[in-house]
Design a protein around this ligand. Structure first.
Ligand code: DP6
Length: 355
């Protein structure tokens, strides 16, 4: 029977790690940020979310999501916003061409799997919502560009808008009240600077104490330092970072990456009550990077930390030996590492040509 037909589409989306951080919302409903941000998209061979979206008139009523094998709630405002936006676009296509099947009226089933541990504290919501939005857009055969999909994914999770592109990606905060200009664009393709590498140091696989969403709201509400960050620190960092990428200037890329991470964690410490995402192992990783740079006589490695204790270290391929080899030997003297609190260094991550 035609009504039992199941329509299906799959896609994958990569993880991205910000070098100029998004931290703060000016509109929580539309998920609009207080500042622009910039990230590097990691290789899908190492870290990715695989999502299949299907719909059928024969499915029981209501949309559903299976995340790493577990049923997950989709009644929240964020997934609902994504469903609403995607259905509206499909409904417009169906209205224009009555011969199209009425997919927009059918219940949706989303099945999503990460090839990395969700608890590793990596920005799984970024790859997750990017794949979620693109899988449904593919299912609905929407003629949407990555930029347009980034507008929708942003409403699922801010950082997700940057995972619709490969390479070096900016999320422009925009100024429109309806959020129509708050989306991502590609600053440079991965092939522009293919020597870039990232290494992930899992300092703790425990789930983070304060979620990004609530942490950033507490920071916006209580930190004085945060005002300085959004008014002058981030705009300056964005400018220098874009130039450093254009010129493939690793020393500047590295300095801004480390300064921006430090600035973000300083606003967390200035939040009242304070939020601490880094632990002793994280701080040891910072000191290890400083020691490696001092020994090399130039900046060969840069650390950055998101809303958790795990470090991402950026470096260039030619410096692999100096960076990776030294990190192992320096960190082997750190208590947490020895006692097993440090899980280990993940393999090098290279960068995708395209997403
Ligand atoms: C520290 O994108 O997870 O990783 O929009 O509330 O879902 P929501 O927040 P989210 O925040 C990510 C914060 C960050 C910095 C970054 O990725 O830019």
């Amino acid at each position: 029977m035609a009504s039992e037909k199941v329509y299906r589409a799959s896609t994958t989306a990569p993880v991205n790690i910000a070098v100029v951080k998004y931290w703060g919302k000016r509109d929580t409903k539309l998920n609009l940020p207080t500042n622009s941000s910039l990230s590097v998209t990691l290789s899908q061979a190492d870290l990715r979310t695989l999502t299949t979206a299907s719909c059928s008139a024969s499915y029981p009523e209501g949309d559903s999501l299976l995340l790493n094998g577990e049923p997950s709630d989709v009644s929240g405002a964020r997934p609902q916003a994504c469903f609403r936006e995607l259905r509206a676009r499909r409904a417009a296509l169906e209205a224009a061409d009555p011969s199209l099947p009425k997919l927009s009226t059918m219940p949706l089933r989303i099945v999503s799997e990460n090839n990395f541990p969700t608890a590793a504290g990596l920005a799984s919501s970024a790859a997750g919502f990017a794949a979620f939005v693109r899988a449904i857009a593919n299912l609905y055969e929407l003629p949407a560009s990555p930029a347009e999909l980034s507008l929708i994914a942003r409403q699922g999770s801010g950082s997700a808008c940057r995972s619709l592109f490969g390479g070096y990606v900016a999320w422009r905060m925009g100024s429109a009240a309806d959020g129509s200009d708050s989306m991502a664009d590609q600053v440079a393709e991965a092939s522009h600077w293919p020597e870039m590498r990232a290494l992930i140091l899992v300092a703790s696989a425990a789930k983070k104490g304060v979620s990004s969403t609530s942490g950033m709201q507490q920071t916006v509400a209580t930190s004085g330092l945060f005002q300085e960050r959004i008014k002058s620190v981030v705009p300056r960092n964005m400018e220098i970072m874009e130039k450093a990428i254009a010129e493939r200037d690793f020393e500047r890329f590295a300095e801004v990456t480390m300064r921006d991470s430090n600035s973000f964690h300083a606003t967390c410490a200035d939040t009242y009550p304070p939020i601490f995402y880094m632990n002793d192992v994280s701080r040891a990783a910072i000191r290890a990077v400083e020691a490696i740079n001092a020994a090399a006589g130039r900046t060969v490695a840069a650390y950055t930390f998101d809303a958790g204790p795990n470090a991402v270290i950026y470096y260039l391929e030619k410096d692999t030996e100096a960076v990776v080899g030294s990190l192992y030997s320096v960190l082997s003297h750190v208590d947490g590492w020895k006692s097993g609190a440090v899980e280990g260094l993940k393999a090098n991550v290279s960068f995708d040509e395209s997403v």
